[in-house]
Design a binder for this molecule. Structure first.
Ligand code: CAA
Length: 259
């Protein structure tokens, strides 16, 4: 049995991390199942957008499994850190946008998984945080790297060194999440964003995400070079021909062959 429930409808895959007894805390088995589920969505032509959420109404993911970590020495912890980081890189590098539907606690590794997603939508009850220092460890799945890139160094320094919890409205005010909605509207809001994305060219989307991701860690000159190469490579493709012609012909483009 997988820890991930997959539901695909109208080109949107909803992946639900399901380990309700432990507030969806992540161990090696969950990492393996989640990575497999994401790879399978990336390979599936019937999927254009992925929504990632947690089971139940209390937690997105309450972090890495603390009970398992208790037994780790430095060598095993290195492996666990690397494996978790690889999962976040898989999410971040997905050519199909991944939207985190944060339905409750997103702590430690849970906050880190949400930050690897391309878009974050939180319910009003969501709680974020990197409480690792309370445990005498530090964020190991990208928190020290992605949090400052999202919210700035000063705020990230405070969140990580205090380990304090951040409610949904503060998360919105610091740019950690895109939207905050009532719990019963969370999936609708994510689907609405997904539907809007699905109207657009899949290659244009994938390459835009790649430009943003690769550009953020480099100089503006190097980033512009990546952009102009990606921009020009789309010209002459079926997708760009369809999009540009549709505008000129005053019709809606059909990028995904669904009409
Ligand atoms: N690992 C393992 N089990 C966890 C867990 C975690 N991260 N978080 C919650 N659980 C388990 C609890 O142990 C409990 O199980 P039992 O009933 O068997 O004891 C069950 O989930 C329910 O949790 P609580 O009873 O604690 O629920 P609560 O409502 O009282 O508190 C909470 C909720 C504030 C989220 C609290 O569970 C908590 O603080 N969890 C730990 C959060 C945390 O520190 N996360 C960071 C982990 S370190 C990390 O992620 C490292 C990294 O960067 C990769």
């Amino acid at each position: 049995m997988s820890y991930i429930l997959t539901d695909i409808s109208k080109q949107i895959a909803v992946l639900t991390i399901s380990r309700p007894d432990a507030l969806n805390a992540i161990n090696n088995e969950v990492i393996k199942d989640l990575s497999t589920a994401i790879k399978s969505c990336i390979d599936n032509n019937n999927v254009g957008v992925i929504i990632l959420t947690g089971s139940g109404d209390k937690a997105f993911v309450a972090g890495a499994d603390i009970k398992r970590m208790q037994a780790l020495g430095p060598k095993d912890a290195y492996e666990f850190g690397k494996t978790g980081q690889q999962m976040t890189v898989l999410i971040e590098n997905s050519p199909k946008p991944i939207i985190a539907a944060v339905n409750g606690f997103a702590l430690g590794g849970g906050c880190e998984i949400s930050m690897a997603c391309h878009i974050r939508v939180a319910s009003e009850t969501a709680v974020f945080g990197q409480p690792e220092v309370l445990l005498g460890i530090l964020p190991g799945w990208g928190g020290t790297q992605r949090l400052p890139r999202l919210v700035g160094t000063g705020i990230a320094n405070e969140i990580i060194t205090t380990g304090r919890m951040i409610n949904a409205s503060e998360a919105k005010s610091i740019g950690l999440v895109n939207h905050v909605v009532p719990s019963n509207e969370l999936m609708n809001k994510c689907t609405e964003i997904g539907d809007q994305i699905l109207k657009n060219g899949p290659n244009a989307i994938a390459h835009s995400l790649e430009c943003i991701r690769r550009g953020i860690g480099t100089t503006i000159e190097a980033g512009l070079k990546i952009e102009v190469n990606k921009f020009s490579n789309l010209f002459g493709t079926d997708e760009a021909n369809e999009g540009l012609s549709a505008f000129v012909e005053k019709r809606k483009p059909n990028f995904r062959g669904t009409k």
